[in-house]
Design a protein around this ligand. Sequence first.
Ligand SMILES: [Zn+2]
Length: 508
Amino acid sequence: MAMSARVGVGGIFIESNHFTAQLADRAAFERSEWLTGEALLANDTGVLGGMMSVLRAGGCEPVPLFYASACPNGAVQAEVYDELKNELLQQLVDAGELDGVLLCLHGAAAAVNAPDLEGDLAGAIREWVGEQVPLVGTLDLHAHVTSKLLSQTDALLAWETYPHVDAFGTGERGARTMIEILSGHLKPVMAMAKVPVLVSAIHGQTKPPGPFADVMQEAKRLEDDSVFHSINPILVHPYLNMPEMGGGVLVVANENEAEAVFMAKRLAKRYWRNRGELQPETLLPNEAVRRGLQIEGGPVLLVETADCCGGGAAGDSVHSLRSLLHEAPAQAAIVPVVDPQAAHAAHSAGLGQGVRLRLGHQLDTQWGEPIEVEGVVVKMSDGEFVYRGGIWDGRSGHMGRTAVVAVGPIRILISSNATYDWMTEQFDLLGLNPADCKFVVAKNPMNYQQAYAGVMKATFVLDTPGPTPANTNALSYTAMKGGWFPSDPDITIDEPTVIVSRQRELAP
Ligand SMILES: [Zn+2]
């Protein structure tokens, strides 16, 4: 390896949802991360932090390009994607000669003008750097790996934990892979084998036991130092309306394409065999609340995954709230709702004042009707909090103008912006304690399991309308050709579909 190899570092990171009416605007990125120069280099947590630490320790010079991230959302507005992409390409031009480019990507990003955002971005970078400069990327394990992305990059490493706790480690793996390529030890070739499975993340945990955990464990057991550099099971983000969607296994092998294909297929078949266990059971919210009332103590979790901000939903559903008001109005409960107008109205009224609100389904109106509630403003906040762990560990979260409105013992947390649910940071900021409640509404399919471990008395996954449902049969996938599970529960396949990367003569 050349002394002090110069490795460009950057990326665009967002998980997009095609079933919400929302689009990601510039402010969504500005609220999260929009980094160049020293600010990018100073990263010491998350994927970028992992990349920086390994590059420096390996004697490389990290060269800051441009990096932007946003909370999951709809597709990125066309003009915003153009701006992000142009900024990254401009930094690439200004960076001078690079020995490699390392990208932090999600894999399920979409722009209005580039539905395969990562494939488009990687193609543009490849065009500038040419065929001899290695391009290595990290992905979320909920990536939609396309043939364009695979053919434009040399190695892709995905996170291996869900809930996602290995952002830093994945950055390290990305940088280590880059160093192995630059030193000539690794001549990467990739194979991605997919099976037509489109399921929500409810049973996608990586800690055994579980149907996805099973594939993950086997994948990690089969990695080695000679042929199988990386084996990554992929549980595709199911809320994109794209062709060729499916879960599967991504293999980065050393030189041997046939081995890469063989291994990817072998494990994708295992994934296929486990598909039935990946499909969750759901309950209508009234029924879930009634069952919850039969259980002694609390909190009982009402998992309204269909309105998951962490999957790109608006967070403005009031389906759970309506059921609680109807079935259990005398029980203490916490319900989060994103509604900037209602938050504004509560702040205008002021602390201790009564308010009458028209609440919910005003950001993404297709999933339900607003509800009229009368309550008292019991807490107000600017909505600024700090994430404790996960992919945004230590970073600020911005709910914007936020209020808690009490309707009897029910506490409605009304925020202006959608934020990611990691633990209970949002509730903590407003002084809401789930342990004191009979019911808590959690709008995510997975992180509630860690957030309420040891506290929750029971959990019900709800069947409500929304762009991130527990059962994907609620959505209309118009871009998929052929059948898939669970739309066709009896579907059979001959073999997984395999796509492979291009093997390049990378300059060591
Ligand atoms: Zn993910």
